[in-house]
Design a protein around this ligand. Structure first.
Ligand code: C2E
Ligand code: CA
Ligand code: CA
Length: 661
């Protein structure tokens, strides 16, 4: 062993016949000061329970078996010792590379794990290993063993049955100390700054808010993310100062924005759980907001769900005060692992922020998707705002919006940006002053402002009472191709992204007859109430592609029934959504934008016979409306006092309309 080094009888462990602690120390002293070695400190996992449950003789038997595995898995020239109950130390020659040392550790882990099983002693036994690489004998063995022990302890903490090398921990210590020594001056020198990550509406691709995130612009190391310094800030309590600084920066920024389009933009701020132990914490935030004239309702306070595990009572008490002052409260990192559904009973919670790791469940098959769907549905029933975090792909966007979650943050849209860049992004993505052109068809083809007017192609134009008081309807009699239809100038639709809605009541349904048809410079779009058995489609055809058909499908309209149809097309995300009676019924993605409307036609097109039935209340909006808005708008229609007049009867939600002839 170890170059033939032999210990005395008193240096031999009676049980395993390895060297004992005394032997290890004398072996160490015998080495030349210049020599360099590697050290492994091994400690059996849960050995105490083995002794307690199976008795000491089984424990002893196990120690002997393990020692044999150590001997057969370590190189022949390693020095192996048992220095205490279930603790072993192996000295490996410095000629071995780091990789060889780690391979030895791996094979020991593997061998020990299977020992108990093989010998039928016990089902599972494992070992945790701390490694110190390249240690010269110039330092004391105690010093080396201390390092080994620290690394071994980390292996236990990280779940046992693994090895950890001390240099990783040493690097962390150094980094930790560096952060701790520099953080206060960083604060003074204004190296800590606030970045803003956009909060987006996934249905409309519009900006709906921002989250303030701390960054450290380090003069030497560059831009640091919170994970590189936040643990130190938390541990030292420095985070309290930093959070107040972020909060104040946001209030000041909102004051600057107050005269711009961003004036009402909600901003989220993260709060460490440590605040909740400060009695004056809620009042400090309220005072700060007052100082800058910030509307509390425009600030969202994010508290990580993990905080609720330890400090629920303390947090709930403070949050109530903040909620009463008007702040909005968000549970951050929801679903990251600590979720206590119990916390959701609190009425002061406004928002659930789904953690990115939770969202990744959607990529883990049907069960994962069912979990997300139901959590979202629960959140909805609790009337909570739902926002998904870490959204990175269009698949996720479609899945989430399909589950009724409209808000998101994530790299799919944008990473956190410095203020100036955020403002540029915001300008482009803020909801524009939206413009809707409405046609009420009360005995004319003009829009309600009198700017646009359609031309009827045919001789039998007939108006009748529309579905609501104050609205008329056009009765389309059907007929041959390109007859009995209304043609509007192309510029009624001026935007690549749009929302178009109308009430439609077919008298007859023929396949592939369109009720709405738009011709663009590079294709056409057509709304077909019955494309084939049981299917209604909104078809977009991109003429730049041979097979450029894009059919967003819903169910067919019913003869004699009024149905409220809405289509939205978002040119930015290239998604089309089709709604019937205010509910989302079809989604299609990857549809390239059709540009420059040449003509907008109601009641038919130049390819198929014309539509037979009624159309009422056509609205063309130059932006994408959210699902919630569309549902709301539909509800308003059916609650309209005169709703259903066309059929001489009042209708309420869930109505059926009868044939009109
Ligand atoms: P968080 O509150 O969950 O913030 C979201 C984190 O996810 C941010 O990391 C953000 O940059 C990142 N992220 C956003 N979209 C994506 C995505 O699509 N993919 C991936 N992989 N990541 C995405 P960041 O800025 O590094 O912040 C990390 C954490 O540090 C935050 O997590 C928050 O808990 C904490 N933090 C940040 N700023 C502050 C602060 O001012 N005060 C306190 N107390 N904590 C803060
Ligand atoms: Ca957050
Ligand atoms: Ca989060």
């Amino acid at each position: 062993m170890a170059g033939g080094w032999k210990g005395t009888a008193s240096e031999c462990d009676y049980l395993t016949k390895l060297s004992n602690r005394g032997g290890l120390f004398r072996f160490y002293e015998s080495m030349e000061t210049a020599s360099v070695n590697h050290y492994m400190f091994l400690d059996l996992d849960n050995f105490k329970s083995v002794n307690d449950i199976y008795g000491h003789s089984t424990g002893d038997e196990l120690l002997v078996l393990v020692s044999k595995e150590l001997v057969s898995n370590a190189p022949a020239n390693a020095f192996i010792s048992r220095i205490g109950g279930d603790e072993f130390v192996i000295v490996l020659p410095g000629s071995m590379s780091r990789e060889e040392v780690e391979n030895t550790a791996s094979s020991i882990l593997h061998a020990v794990f299977h020992t108990g099983k093989r010998k039928n002693v016990i089902t599972h036994i494992s070992i945790s290993i701390g490694i110190v690489i390249h240690q010269p004998c110039s330092c004391s063995l105690d010093e080396i063993l201390n390092k080994c022990d620290t690394a071994m302890y980390r292996a236990k903490q990280s779940g046992k049955n693994q090895f950890v090398s001390y240099d990783i921990i040493e690097r962390e210590f150094l980094e930790w100390r560096k952060v701790e020594s520099e953080m206060r001056s960083a604060f003074k020198h204004k190296e800590l700054c606030v970045y803003y990550q956009p909060r987006m509406n996934m249905v409309t691709s519009e900006l709906v808010g921002a989250e303030a995130l701390i960054r450290w612009e380090h003069p030497v190391d560059g831009l640091l993310d919170p994970e590189q310094f936040l643990p130190v800030f938390e541990n030292t309590g420095f985070i309290l100062e930093v959070d107040r600084y972020v909060f104040e920066t946001v209030c000041r920024q909102k004051q600057i924005w107050s005269k711009t389009a961003l004036s009402k933009l909600p901003v989220s701020v993260n709060l460490s759980r440590l605040h909740f132990y400060q009695d004056d914490f809620a009042q400090t935030l309220i005072n700060m907001a007052n100082k800058y004239g910030t509307v509390c309702n425009e600030l969202i306070l994010e508290i990580s769900e993990s905080a609720f595990v330890k400090d629920a009572h303390q947090i709930e008490k403070n949050l109530k005060k903040l909620k009463d002052a008007g702040f909005r409260i968000s549970i951050d990192d929801f679903g990251a692992g600590y979720s206590s559904l119990n916390m959701l009973k609190n009425a002061f919670i406004d928002e659930l922020k789904l953690d990115g790791s939770f969202l990744s469940l959607s990529g883990h098959g049907e069960r994962g998707r069912i979990i997300i769907k139901n959590v979202l549905s629960m959140g909805k029933d609790l009337k909570l705002e739902l926002i998904a975090e870490g959204v990175e792909s269009q698949e996720q966007v479609l899945f989430l919006t399909g589950c009724g979650c409209e808000l998101a943050q994530g790299h799919y849209y944008c990473k956190a940006l410095p203020m100036i860049e955020f403002e540029v992004f915001a300008k482009e993505r803020m909801r524009k002053q939206e413009h809707t052109i409405t046609f009420s068809f009360c005995c004319d083809l003009k829009d309600d402002s009198g700017t646009y007017e359609g031309i009827y192609k045919g001789s039998e134009l007939e108006y009748c009472q529309g579905i609501m008081e104050g609205k008329g309807a056009i009765c389309f009699p059907g007929g041959p191709v390109n007859r009995n239809l209304v043609s509007f100038p192309g510029d009624v639709l001026r935007s690549e992204s749009y929302t178009i809605s109308l009430w439609v009541q077919p008298k007859h349904l023929e396949y592939w007859v369109s009720v709405l048809f738009m011709e663009f410079d590079n294709g056409f779009a057509s709304l077909v109430p019955s494309a084939w058995e049981g299917t209604s489609v909104y078809r977009m055809k991109d003429e730049r592609e041979v097979d450029g058909w894009y059919d967003t499908r819903c169910c067919s309209l019913q003869v004699g029934e009024w149905t409220y149809l809405t289509i939205t097309y978002d040119a930015r995300s290239e998604v089309c959504r089709y709604y019937q009676n205010g509910g989302l019924a079809g989604v299609l993605e990857h549809i390239p934008a059709l540009r420059i409307t040449k003509q907008f036609t109601l009641g038919g097109d130049r390819y198929q016979p014309s539509f037979c039935g009624r159309v009422c209340d056509l609205r063309i909006c130059d932006c994408v409306r959210s699902e919630a808005e569309i549902a709301e708008f539909y509800k308003e229609c059916i609650k309209h006092p005169g709703f259903g007049m066309a059929n001489g009867q009042k209708m309420t939600e869930g109505f059926t309309l009868h044939p009109y002839y």
